[in-house]
Design a protein around this ligand. Structure first.
Ligand SMILES: [Zn+2]
Length: 119
């Protein structure tokens, strides 16, 4: 974990060393205009930017275990998944929504086996 913390603490300095990155992050500080909403599993082996080649600011991500998104109901309570999708569509006006599954997904495997996922 210490490696992650140290990496995060040095991000600004690392960006300062590269003018191309400075321009990108400077522009992104003013706002985002992602190309797509990318819905995928929380699994640590799934790395959307690695899969797609997307750069910072290009994907708006929604990550849940097994790509689970509650079915919409008129009387449903607010939920993070619905808020993320609504924000992507109404505010960011993403052109595309991508749902990306993956092999060996523990959550989907449990669902297929009929295990109780509510707890
Ligand atoms: Zn998964």
């Amino acid at each position: 974990m210490e490696t992650f913390i140290q990496h995060a603490r040095t991000l600004t300095a690392r960006i300062a060393d590269r003018s191309e990155e400075q321009e990108t992050y400077g522009r992104l500080a003013a706002g985002q205009s992602p190309l797509a909403l990318f819905i995928t599993c929380s699994d640590s082996r799934v790395v959307p930017s690695l899969i797609t080649g997307a750069r910072p600011g290009e994907l708006f991500e929604l990550r849940t275990a097994g790509n689970a998104v509650p079915v919409y109901q008129d009387d449903m309570a607010a939920c993070a998944e619905a808020a993320t999708i609504e924000y992507a569509m109404r505010v960011l006006r993403v052109a595309d929504i991508v749902v990306c599954g993956h092999s060996h997904c523990g959550a989907v495997g449990a669902k297929i086996r009929g295990e109780d996922l509510t707890g």
